[in-house]
Design a protein around this ligand. Sequence first.
Ligand code: URA
Length: 435
Amino acid sequence: MDARTILTRLRDGQPLSEAQLAWFATGLASGTVTDAQAGAFAMAALLNGLTTPERVGLTRAMRDSGKTLSWNLPGPVLDKHSTGGIGDCVSLVLAPALAACGAYVPMIAGRGLGHTGGTLDKLESIPGYRAEVPVSALKSITGQIGCAIVGASADIAPADKRLYAVRDVTGTVESIDLIVASILSKKLAAGLEGLVLDVKVGSGAFMKDMQAAEALARALVETAQGAGCMTTALITDMSQPLVAAAGNALEVIEVMETLTGIGVTPALWDITCALGGEVLALGGLAADAADGAGRIARVLDNGEAALKFGEMVAEMGGPADFIERWPDRLPAAPVVHELRAPRAGWVQAIDAHAIGLAVVGLGGGRRRERDRINPSVGLSEIAALGDEVGQGEVLALIHATSETDAEATAAALADAFTIAEAAADIPPLVHQRIL
Ligand code: URA
């Protein structure tokens, strides 16, 4: 086999076999496939598209290009993946909730990407939490506690790491086939039995319209199932931040308030129950999604999910008393500035993308991969769609390292909230279920 034959077939729309895709993925991981060949592959895949068997074959091959986990545990191995949004801190609540329900969750998560925050960055705002651990630690902590949220180590899906870097510089990041194979190769390397996908749609999501979100959700479900993992997807709303905060430590506060019951955020609670219900049913720990949602609600309500979260944080290097002492443990920004409504009315639309970019601008996200982030900055008390506000009332609090940064952020967010004279319809949290 050789790269030129594979590339010519892809260029000419001839099908690629599983063996050819496996050869190419192995070559990506080992370096025998050159950057030029990887770029040609990505461009041909983007322009011609892959068939479903090819997408499944590529996903499997990239999954198997590095270490894969296998398990022998008393409960099912389950996970969730979100396509990313603003104030999306669901993983921090859902992983321990699933563990409290008897599942095992080896969650390989990501860092902030573009305007969206990253689960690992949020967790690393907890002093001592170290997300970059070897696969052996992911395995042992998951087995011991029931959940571990970690970064993808270099030996997980190395073919994807290589292809992603090439896509990034060849204008081929947008290929749905390659996005699907990239996301799933890393997730499925963890040896999952069930997966629920949270595909976001709206102003703060990568997919701004329903048609694109549905196409991605269907391709993800079809491919994951083809690769042998029971999977469902929910298309959920991202036309406003999920919680009233955006920024790493500020979102952990929302998580802790919900887990400990001192200030439940309804959207975070509801989406955690909906996604958790789906995957508990897939794993045989619930009769159906509704039963599963009820089980998740119970462990959120009775504090068992909070206890699991505390155990995971301690095991990952964070404070042993985080559940009790979290308000003293999280970093806080020195400047808090009020963003005020220019006029009275109802919040009719929110540019969640602009809010995400504002967090990056404050230093809470990365412009380049090597940037260090400031975990304390961001926005809190963000007004929600449908809220009535008076002129000069607070639309959000800006947490910044200086007055200058805070004022620049307020100026950048001047048009992020559309205030109208009448109340708008509030979109549902879950738009569609894809089986
Ligand atoms: N996330 C990934 O892991 N890969 C992509 O291609 C896009 C988002």
